[in-house]
Design a protein around this ligand. Structure first.
Ligand SMILES: [Zn+2]
Length: 564
């Protein structure tokens, strides 16, 4: 029977890496253990962790490799089969300082183990608080060193994948116009960024891509890869969210997306205004009547989901026919998939314009709500303060910029968490928890951001509305003569057109007309006032909202059906 009091258990563990760096090869460790046993008058008992069957290439692999003898040591301590323990390097015994803390507290202190370590067999003292604190302190430093080594190698991998991936990100290996790079980071290009801003401003004011192209080309502003600008690349630039500071970098190999915050060149407000303009102008593509001012081009949509655009036929410079019609046929030719549209007949432009104008005029003229809004928004001058709106918008923009920075940190942390998980640096449980928390945070921030963007839009709408009311206030109170598309933009969101089917003279099912649903921005169709006391009108009233839309029909006249 062995007597644990008379034995020194020597825990030996080697890694190929460790042998090179601290000289603690198996033989060296064994010799020192034997020497110390002799010195202490104890019997040498070897506890050899053995070389793990798994391939150990790095320090990290070493610490994560299985340690059956380490478990056995703890069992022996619990069973009082081990009293004296020696290790060559006490950092090598534990994976991290949490494990070390646990071992010291529940093994060494609890079971009063004599724990020797190192070449000289120093006895670990844990008797006093100072001893324990010192021990913890060294353990933390050593964990930091281990941690730092693996952090550096991880960082290196990450950095490498970033630089490799960046070849795919910058289109054609070029950084976006308006930016330059410094230390692999986006920086605003001092002159180019000014032109980017100018471009957004021009487009938001209604200038065309062609005008922007001419402006750029004649001011010596050069695109990255050619001599002159193309309309397509300008169009793409206007849609690129990089200019509001959002850059999504996609790792080509992993298809992982990195959200990178870059310096913002334009505000969200300006960017959104441009996006709305782009949508409208995209809709009007294919219409040949842009040089004429049509009333309803920006409003008409077909029930099939396609655009309705205006067309003007002229021979020898003389207009012979003006009409609106659904684009579905044209789109089909271009190979676009659309539902079958029954709205095959075109609409006479003058008649349609007249019907819409009359209807809108009537609705607006009868609306108490508009009169009320006019009173509040223009006469009271309360919500009309443009400066206040601008200040509010600035504040919102600053919050968005800050949210973007937070998002970048969150997304960085997410990818570090992934890497830690892959390299088995963190336990699955911890990894999942961290991931969940970070993703929740990400969602919260993204929602916050969306809300701020909406608020900016709301403020812009408010500004537009106030401008509109101010401009057309006279027309609201009196009857006006002319309805323009600018006027309509203030109150009409769109006009949906669907076909009216019926029997023609030959008793065939044919399209006999168009049904137009005019959608207003406010519930002004048939709104009313309700007096608190009908007998005493001085007691005030409240507004009762009307509907937001009105339907009108327009027939197809025989004249329009004649063929040439
Ligand atoms: Zn259609």
């Amino acid at each position: 029977m062995s007597n644990p009091l008379k034995e020194l258990h020597c825990y030996l563990r080697v890694s190929s890496e460790g042998q090179k760096t601290d000289g603690g090869s198996l033989n060296v460790q064994r010799n020192h253990g034997k020497k110390l046993s002799k010195k202490l008058g104890l019997k040498y008992v070897e506890v050899f962790e053995g070389s793990s069957s798994t391939m150990i290439r790095s320090e990290e692999d070493f610490y994560n490799s299985p340690r059956p003898q380490y478990r056995l040591l703890q069992d022996m301590i619990r069973d009082k089969r081990l009293i004296n323990l020696w290790v060559w390097n006490k950092d090598r015994l534990h994976r991290d300082n949490l494990e070390e803390e646990f071992f010291n507290r529940f093994m060494i202190q609890e079971h009063k183990i004599n724990f020797y370590y190192g070449e000289h067999g120093d006895l670990l003292r844990l008797d006093t608080p100072l001893d324990r604190m010192n021990n913890r302190f060294f353990s933390i430093i050593s964990t930091y060193q281990k941690d730092n080594t693996s952090y550096l190698s991880r960082k290196g991998k990450q950095e490498k994948s970033r630089t490799e991936g960046s070849k795919g990100v910058f289109m054609g290996g070029t950084v976006n116009f308006g930016y330059t790079t410094k230390n692999k980071k986006f920086k605003k290009h001092p002159t180019e960024s000014k032109y980017v801003k100018k471009m957004f401003e021009m487009y938001s004011r209604g200038e065309s891509l062609k005008e922007i192209k001419t402006y750029f080309d004649t001011n010596g502003v050069k695109p990255r890869r050619s001599k002159l600008w193309s309309l397509g690349s300008l169009h793409k630039m206007l849609m690129n969210r990089v200019y509001i500071g959002e850059f999504i970098w996609v790792d080509r190999k992993s298809e992982e997306e990195f959200f990178i915050t870059v310096p913002r060149i334009v505000t969200h407000s300006l960017f959104q205004k441009v996006q709305r303009k782009l949508t409208v102008n995209q809709k009007n593509k294919g219409s040949n009547s842009r040089k004429f001012d049509t009333l309803l081009d920006d409003f008409l949509v077909c029930y099939c989901g396609e655009n309705i655009t205006s067309h003007i036929k002229s021979t020898h410079g003389k207009i012979v026919k003006k009409y609106y019609y659904c684009h579905s046929k044209n789109n089909k030719w271009k190979g676009k998939k659309v539902d079958v549209c029954m709205n095959r007949r075109s609409m006479n432009m003058d008649e349609t314009d007249k019907l819409v104008s009359e209807t809108v005029r009537e609705v607006v003229g009868d609306s108490n709500l508009l009169k009320e809004r006019f009173k509040i928004d223009v006469l009271d001058k309360k919500s009309v303060d443009e400066d206040t709106i601008e200040i509010e918008k600035d504040k919102l923009q600053t919050s968005i910029d800050n949210i973007n920075k937070e998002l970048e940190v969150i997304i960085d942390s997410l990818s570090i968490n992934e890497i830690n998980h892959l390299t088995k640096k963190t336990e699955t449980r911890v990894y999942k928890e961290v991931k969940k928390t970070l993703e929740e945070q990400r969602l919260v921030q993204e929602e916050r951001k969306e809300q701020k963007v909406d608020e900016i839009e709301e403020l812009d709408n408010q500004k537009d509305w106030v401008n509109w009311v101010t401009k057309y206030s006279d027309e609201i109170n009196t009857s006006f003569s002319n309805i323009t598309s600018d006027y309509l933009k203030g109150i009409v969101s769109n006009i949906e057109v669907s076909p009216k089917m019926g029997k023609n003279r030959d008793d065939e099912e044919k399209q006999v007309g168009h049904i137009m649903k005019i959608n207003f921005k406010l519930p002004i169709v048939g709104d009313s006032i309700q007096y608190n006391d009908v007998k005493k009108k001085s007691k005030g009233y409240k507004l009762v909202n009307g509907k937001k839309s009105i339907k009108k029909e327009i027939g197809i006249n025989v004249g329009g059906r004649k063929k040439k």
